[in-house]
Design a protein around this ligand. Sequence first.
Ligand code: DX5
Ligand code: ZN
Length: 226
Amino acid sequence: MASPIIAPSILASDYARFGEEARRAEQAGGDWLHVDIMDGHFVPNITFGPEIAAALKRSTNLPLDVHLMIERPDLYVEKFVKAGASRITVHIEAHHPAQETIRQIRESGCLAGVALNPATGCSAIEHLLGEVDLVLCMTVVPGFGGQAFIPEVLEKVRHLARHPARQQRRYYIEVDGGIQVETAVACARAGADAFVAGTSLFGAKDISRAVADLRQAIQRGSEQAG
Ligand code: DX5
Ligand code: ZN
């Protein structure tokens, strides 16, 4: 596996010190900064918008991995591109057709991802595998940090990792929700190569140590992958 990605999720950070928290994730060895956008409709929680994403961009050199949990991502793509997003991921369950939004993202020069909720099967996104840079498998029901990992999602990770479409286009397989040392091992073993972690990193006493431990766990899991 190419070197795995660790994406600390700013959702679990101290909102009174956003800029510093982004820098803390960078100094700790994170690869991307995961930014969760929630609109109170697609999920029962509200987070932040493009202006905050732009402020995060000014605070860190980490690429912004923007995860849109909103019903109409198509209306906001341009704003997040302007804010400095490196990649933008939209949900297949959102109201606007994901394929159109993905094309819109790519035409604007950004990398594009498609996300699927734990209850959504891979068949829903199969037709998109040839045009995405990333597939995000939610390993919790989206909306809140700090939830327990849903192990049933591992089957989807395995399926996506072995899918013939991956020979043509090497999309990342990102897991998001309840990721810590043990669950990361299982995900890496199943073939995931991008790992979002909020609570287990920002909630740790020593975030650098936590990133290093997670990386080691992922390494261990990927060596056992088959
Ligand atoms: C949940 C978000 C996640 C969240 C993960 O809806 O998409 O990115 O930050 O948080 P933890 O790692 O605390 O489960
Ligand atoms: Zn997320």
